[in-house]
Design a binder for this molecule. Structure first.
Ligand code: ISJ
Length: 101
């Protein structure tokens, strides 16, 4: 066993992070399912899947709510949310490969 592996505090933290990662993936899956419902509506009406204005509003709101009260910075909130939006859009496009928007 390595020195690192023998450190119980580090192991406890890693276990907790693993649990949080699982929770995050479950939440992201729920989020994606709802985004796909929105994509289905937009697909029917011919609307563009991506809405930069809505994305900007969401980021601004989350930065306002959390940037000063948590260890997350304004920039990290922006990066995390932009990655979520990009990945959501990629999944939406995979479900609706015929869409040009
Ligand atoms: C979810 C929507 O569609 C797209 C996906 C978004 C998201 O993943 O949060 C936000 C805006 C749009 O780019 C929406 O229009 O509300």
């Amino acid at each position: 066993m390595s020195r690192e592996e023998m450190n119980p505090e580090l192991q406890r933290c890693r276990n907790r992070i693993r649990e949080i990662d699982n929770e995050l993936l479950i939440l992201l899956n729920s989020r994606t399912k709802i985004a796909l419902e929105i994509a289905s509506i937009k697909h029917e009406t011919g609307e563009c899947f991506r809405n930069r204005e809505v994305e900007r509003e969401k980021i601004n709101y989350l930065q306002h709510q959390y940037a000063d009260e948590t260890s997350l910075t304004r920039q990290s909130i922006e990066n995390i949310m932009q990655t979520i939006f990009d990945e959501t859009l990629a999944i939406e496009k995979k479900h609706y490969p015929d869409t040009t928007k």
